[in-house]
Design a protein around this ligand. Structure first.
Ligand code: MG
Length: 121
């Protein structure tokens, strides 16, 4: 069975690009904001990995990561953060708060795929 990956990003174009690279190997799903992803998670879905943007209008990646790490059911799901700002401080903060990885935008989808493999195989 294919492993399940979800991507949360307010830009649907990112969802489309990542989907092209991941959909063959993974069961891939895209959400345009964390609220929708949380609604979906609360229906009992447990993805193998989550990729989440940081700067989103409805809910910031920070808040989403905190929510996930505080939730008994979801805290072990690895989360890769996507950042549009190069900031060592931010990178360290997210990694410290439990993010599995932190990738700067624009990213090479192949690099993302390799980083995913390192986390979930
Ligand atoms: Mg964004």
């Amino acid at each position: 069975m294919k492993k399940k990956i979800i991507l949360i990003d307010d830009k649907p174009s990112i969802g489309k690009v990542v989907s092209i690279y991941l959909k063959k190997e993974y069961d891939f799903e895209y959400f345009e904001n964390p609220i929708k992803a949380i609604d979906w998670l609360q229906t009992g879905q447990i993805p193998d990995l989550i990729i989440s943007d940081i700067r989103m209008p409805e809910m910031m990646g920070d808040e989403f990561l905190t929510y996930m790490k505080k939730n008994e059911l979801f805290k072990d799901i690895p989360i890769i953060m996507l950042s549009s700002e190069e900031s060592t401080t931010e990178r360290i903060r997210f990694l410290e708060e439990g993010a599995a990885d932190y990738i700067l935008k624009p990213f090479n989808p192949l690099e993302l795929k390799i980083r995913i493999k390192k986390i979930i195989g």
